[in-house]
Write a protein that binds this ligand. Sequence first.
Ligand code: NAD
Length: 425
Amino acid sequence: MSSTLDRSAVQASLNVWQMAQRQLDDIAKIIGLDSSIHGYLREPKRVLQVSVPVRMDSGSHRVFEGYRVQHNMARGPGKGGIRFHPDVTLDEVKALAMWMSWKCALVNIPFGGAKGGVICDPKNMSMQELENLTRRFTSEISIIIGPEKDIPAPDVYTTPQIMAWIMDTYSMQKGYSIPGVVTGKPIAIGGSAGRDKATARGCLYVVDEAMKELKLSSGGARVAIQGFGNAGMHAADLMAAAGYSIVAVSDSRGGVANANGLDVAKVIAFKQETGSVAGFSGGEKLSNKELLEYDCDVLVPAALEKVISADNAPRIKAKIVAEAANGPTLPEADDILYERGIMVLPDILANAGGVTVSYFEWVQDLQELFWEEQTVNERLRRIMERAFRDTLGQANRLKVNMRQGAYAVAVGRVAEATSLRGVYP
Ligand code: NAD
């Protein structure tokens, strides 16, 4: 394997899609992947680019550009969110679709990887404009989505309401209700119990497993969480309820710490009242930079990408880093954490609870039989525990870090399915 410096220099010059391909190339070498299957997995199966004309509130029309990419569907229909953001690019959507193939394979749910995006600025659009955009985009991509083909979900700036419009538009075209075309819907139209907390809950379950593996007791174990949104806030709440001591939390405006443990219910109430955890009186003020290096047993980055670098990795005190966020750790930091004996639970494992309960939502929609939240959580726990064990087993066998272990499991599964099905005709 190339040195840390070589790798970071190379990574800096690559765009996100080339980085995703490079990750696959690295794993292909480690697992000795057959070169023809490797070539197959390096490219997306299908890329659809659409023009989306939208009637704006002014009465004029504006044309937006959107994409749906299906990376690999050998293991089942495509699965992946739709992102509405000004910085969406086709290369980003291709990379995210490839990562969805690996994430679904790692938790062993019968989906391939897909992703969608529209270049737009939803913060500067009215609800009516957003609805018009969502419905026309759905109509344009309806030739490749469907409950048996490709099932979108929420991603950056797309909400349960937007999922409801996707479901309605697709259903209107077919003439009857088809809730299984999309997940992350409101419960009233076929969403799943437990979906809102699923990412955080999945993260808790893999942290529990890592604690057992490292022979640490979760009772009173100290946890620092960066980001207090869907992933971070629910993680704080669920981990506190499970007996962990939440010693530091933060959001975009700053953080708060208390070495004796924060009162999480009060922090949540404070955040709901003021819009931030910063300024909460039950602890001391700390910056986001300080939070990452705070004295704790478990660090949960649940906000942004690229926050753990070669600069701060030597000072991280946690024994476990659980990546609720996507891509919080730079490759050079990975090597440092591994050498320091810190167990990193990679994003495709630590935040896979969301897509797993999306899978449950799709199953429930197809069966028209809905489960109690307890059933959802029990099944989620089994899947997360198995994914943790598979990752650890592979990492130990190959003598690599947990991220490479997870990729080795996932890429191996997609490669096996692709190879078994063969090349048509
Ligand atoms: P969110 O928008 O609900 O919350 C993001 C949080 O990060 C907010 O509290 C925000 O204040 C905070 N934040 C923003 N900038 C910050 C900064 N500079 N420093 C510290 N905190 C900052 O988003 P989310 O859904 O919780 O997603 C967070 C991460 O988890 C993302 O990487 C996302 O891709 C990943 N993720 C989320 C889910 C899910 O189901 N929500 C699933 C998989 C992965």
